[in-house]
Each structure stands twice: as structure tokens, then as C-alpha cells.
Design a protein around this ligand. Structure first.
Ligand code: G6P
Ligand code: MG
Length: 218
């Protein structure tokens, strides 16, 4: 029997297991320029992390004077997704860093349940391209939730599907919306990048391998 506090880990995907967050930014930037928004910055893009495609579009449109109809918004979101998917064609299993690969395999060998909790509707495609199509015990993504982060639905669903309580799982995130979602759901969180020093982040992760220290020391 394991004495670990955390019996499951729920990983966000974009910006945690791979750098697709950079492709989201590039694709949104192209859409921004098409509608004459020339001041869309990485800071705006940070607010889009973890939130659904349509909500991300709304964040972008805050920078426009123009009003867009629902139909126009759908067209813009679709265009962004087409551009994003073109960029995803660049991804293959070499985009999974050794650090991430070793950590995932070590955790798997230790019997920790491993899940994905992502807002993206492209999560399945990305996992396939990374060579992780069948790796995770559970994948909850943008196709199976009705409320995106900071709502905790995605993580609660993942915990339920791996048969664990939130207190038994660690959520790994790169977005404020994700740390908020984890916290609201009763999970401890590990924060990468910009959310390392976010006040609600339980454990700052300087590098991915520190997840092992957290899991095996608790
Ligand atoms: C992730 C990204 C968000 C993105 C969302 C939806 O959570 O961090 O920036 O908006 O997924 O992605 P999708 O692939 O469905 O457009
Ligand atoms: Mg993310």
C-alpha cells in the first residue's frame, strides 16, 4: 500500500506537458492583426491560458473598437483554430522533453494515477502527436466539460474518473485560471512558469522533475 498523500496527478496540457501555449499565442496574434488589433501582447495571451476558445476570443476582442456578431465570432474562432492546427502539425514525440517523459514514467511505475485536465478541444490530437495517445488513465478535455477553468469541473471530473478525492490528487498548472480551478475544487496545486509565485499555488515548480519530490515526500 502506498503511503503517499497524492495518489493521482492531474496535468494541464498546454504549457505544462508541451509548449503548445506558444502556438495558441501565434495563432491568436494572426487573428488579431487581421481585425486590426496591433497591440495584442503575451500579457493578454496569459489571460487566455486555461480558458475556452470562445472565452479566449472575448479576451482578444476587448482590444477592438468593433462589435462582432455571434456568427462573426464563430468564424474568427474557427479561423484561429485552423491556424493553430496548422502549427500543431509541427509537433511530434520529440516535443516531449526528456524531463517530462522521465517524470511521467517514474510516476506511472510508482502506481500513481495520471490524468489530463485540459480546456482544449485539441487535447486528443496533441496527445497523439506527442506519442501519449494511450498513456493517461483518464483524459478530460474541452469536449467533455461545460464550464472552463477557473471552474473546477474539469479537475473534479478527472478525479472522479480515476476514483480519487480531490485531497488525494495534485493538479499541475501553468495558468492562473487553472490554479484557481484546482483550489476551488479542493486540490493542492503545483505551478509552473508564471504561476510559480501565484499566492494560491501550493508548490512552485522550478522544473518538472520536482513533481517527484512533492509526490514522494508527501
Ligand atoms: C488551453 C489553452 C487556452 C485555450 C484552450 C482551448 O486551455 O491554455 O489558451 O483557449 O485550451 O483550446 P482549443 O484547442 O480548444 O482552442
Ligand atoms: Mg495551460
Amino acid at each position: 500500500m502506498s503511503a503517499n498523500k497524492y495518489l493521482g496527478i492531474i496535468f494541464d496540457l498546454d504549457g505544462v506537458l508541451c509548449s503548445t501555449d506558444e502556438y495558441h499565442y501565434e495563432a491568436w496574434k494572426a487573428i488579431a492583426e487581421e481585425i486590426d488589433i496591433n497591440n495584442f501582447t503575451p500579457k493578454d495571451n496569459n489571460r487566455q491560458r486555461g480558458v475556452s476558445r470562445m472565452e479566449s476570443l472575448e479576451i482578444l476582442l476587448e482590444k477592438s473598437e468593433r462589435k462582432f456578431t455571434d456568427k462573426e465570432k464563430l468564424i474568427l474562432a474557427d479561423k484561429k483554430n485552423q491556424r493553430y492546427k496548422e502549427l500543431l502539425n509541427n509537433i511530434n514525440s520529440f516535443d516531449l522533453s526528456d524531463e517530462v517523459r522521465v517524470a511521467l514514467n517514474t510516476l506511472r511505475k510508482a502506481g500513481i494515477k495520471l490524468a489530463i485536465g485540459s480546456s482544449s478541444k485539441n487535447a486528443g490530437l496533441i496527445l497523439e502527436r506527442l506519442g501519449l495517445g494511450n498513456f493517461f488513465d483518464v483524459v478530460v478535455d474541452g469536449n467533455s466539460i461545460t464550464k472552463s477553468k477557473p471552474n473546477p469541473e474539469v479537475f473534479l471530473k478527472a478525479a472522479q474518473m480515476i476514483g480519487l478525492q480531490p485531497s488525494q490528487c495534485l493538479v499541475v498548472e501553468d495558468a492562473i485560471s487553472g490554479i484557481e480551478a484546482g483550489t476551488a475544487g479542493g486540490f493542492d496545486t503545483a505551478g509552473i512558469g508564471g504561476v510559480m509565485s501565484y499566492p494560491k499555488t501550493t508548490y512552485p515548480l522550478r522544473d518538472f522533475s520536482q513533481i517527484m519530490n512533492i509526490v514522494f515526500a508527501n
